[in-house]
Design a protein around this ligand. Structure first.
Ligand code: UD1
Ligand code: CA
Length: 461
């Protein structure tokens, strides 16, 4: 943790160029909102009470997005520019001395190492401020850093107001700064509204500090990608791709095989064990963890679920908030909707839906079934087309099926109901009464065969 360091994150803007009803910093890349990424980097180097997030547009939603992390907030009621956004948090920043790092909420790839380099560089430079800059082939849209022969930044000129000569400058302002806090607060109010855009540009502070006789240092960073600010959905997609690549690479280095890596989506907190295999177009989301030797088939989407070792998820299976035991096989085309527990070596086949259901070890539901609010015992066999009728239009009811029970195809189990262990339910039955252990339950009308009926009926045209 860095000493005497506060961090301000500007996240109040509308993000007009996103063309969205949602504030820009609430858009997601790599499975997290943009502002969460920036807050996470800040929290890696300083304490939560030393981080201030400036909110304004959709303030409550942005507050909620980073809520629970213990950071402070300042509200910018009208989005009058980055200079104004910093000014509104003057009384919220806990320490008016020491160092103040300013970050923009739309720059999510910034790494903790780069932040540490910035602070070390600043501490060693004796400058009033340090700006991270980089060289871009196409600098359009960014503020240009006007750097002196001695290597100091004399001014930052915004693209909108730059002259053609200034626009030719390829060294840009990343929007990541480290300030001597006292000097910043002393001079910040000297920023004037820009006559062209009517915005208060924080970047004007560089010229102001120069005029007051201070140096502003430039830290030239070589990895331009890391400094990318997101203004449009095109840039959002590029940054998302970078996050996804990083995560998939990390999984591979941890011993997971990933096929067609560019098609796979893995959220940042997902873990996967050695020798697991992730097929093309699979998605592993939220707080999912996967054991060793698992296989996640193409098009499968697993969210907030725990898979033990050796689980096989066949293609196009959806699993949410469920716990899957070792060696279980699920899918293709199965749906585990929420809160399911699937026992070790159980099998769930195609077009089977589970909701709030526990399936015992070795139990099987191979085809076309709906199992809701159910407890199903070890080794039970659920026939094709079995339906638990768990909802009577007003309330949900439970179904309990004992160990080794055999439920024949197309059985309709009207809950609340208990099927005893070792019992059999005949195919096509409608079961409305509990079935005792080891019994055979038949709940269907008897078949009648009319011998010679076709001949007696006579031939019709
Ligand atoms: C800004 C810099 C530019 C730099 C670029 C790097 C200024 C004036 N320009 O331009 O030099 O090259 O970032 O990505 O700072 N915000 C507020 N309140 C406001 C306006 C903005 O909180 O009134 C926040 C936004 O939510 C955003 C951040 O500040 O997270 C940056 O604003 P944005 O409008 O994206 O600045 P750029 O035009 O990209
Ligand atoms: Ca921006």
């Amino acid at each position: 943790m860095q000493k005497n360091l506060s961090i301000v994150i500007l996240a109040a803007g509308l993000g007009t160029r996103m063309k969205s009803r949602k504030a820009k910093v609430l858009h997601q890349a790599g499975g997290l909102t943009l502002v969460e990424h920036v807050v996470n980097s800040a929290l890696a180097i300083t304490a939560p009470e030393r981080v201030v997030v400036v909110i304004g547009h959709q303030a409550e939603e942005v507050r909620n997005a980073v809520g629970g992390r213990g950071v402070r907030f300042a509200v910018q009621a009208n989005q009058k520019g980055t200079g104004d956004a910093l000014a509104v948090c003057r009384d919220v920043v806990p320490d008016q001395h020491g160092l103040l790092v300013v970050l923009y909420g739309d720059c999510p790839l910034l790494s903790v190492e780069t932040l540490e380099t910035l602070i070390a560089h600043h501490r060693g430079s004796g400058a009033a401020a340090t700006v991270i800059t980089t060289m871009l082939e196409d600098p359009s849209g960014y503020g240009r850093s006007i750097v002196s022969a001695a290597g100091y930044v004399e001014a930052i000129v915004e693209h909108k107001v730059a002259t053609p000569e200034q626009r030719a400058v390829r060294q840009i302002n990343s929007g990541i700064y480290c300030f001597n806090a006292e000097l910043l607060w002393k001079h910040l109010s000297e920023i004037q509204s820009n006559p062209v855009s009517n915005e208060f540009y924080l970047t004007d502070i560089v010229e102001i500090l120069n005029r007051a006789g201070y140096n502003v240092s430039a830290l030239l960073h070589t990895d331009a990608n890391e400094l990318m600010g997101i203004n449009t959905r095109v840039e959002l997609a590029m940054v998302d791709r970078i996050f996804r690549d990083r995560k998939v690479k990390q999984l591979m280095l941890d011993g997971v095989t990933v096929q067609s890596t560019e098609t796979v989506i893995v959220d940042p907190f997902v873990r996967a064990g050695m020798d697991s295999l992730i097929d093309p177009f699979a998605q592993l989301l939220g707080k999912t963890s996967i054991g060793e030797n698992c296989r996640i088939g193409s098009g499968a989407i697993v969210r907030d679920s725990q898979l033990a070792d050796g689980v096989e998820i066949a293609p196009y299976t959806l699993i949410t908030s469920s716990v899957i035991g070792a060696g279980a096989t699920i899918g293709p085309f199965a749906r585990l909707r929420q809160d399911n527990h699937v026992g070790a070596n159980a099998h769930i086949g195609n077009f089977v839906e589970l909701k709030k259901t526990t399936l015992g070890p070795g139990a099987k539901a191979g085809h076309l079934a709906y199992l809701g609010d159910s407890i199903i015992g070890a080794g039970a066999n659920i026939g094709a087309g079995t339906i638990t009728c768990n909802y009577d239009g007003a309330a949900k009811h439970r179904t309990a099926i004992g160990d080794r029970a055999f439920v024949g195809s197309n059985a309709t189990l009207v809950a609340p109901i208990e099927i005893g262990s070792g019992s059999y339910v005949a195919a096509g039955s409608v079961i409305t009464e509990n079935v005792p252990e080891d019994a055979l339950a038949l709940g269907r009308s008897r078949q009648v065969n009319k011998e010679g009926w076709v001949k007696k009926r006579g031939k019709k045209g």
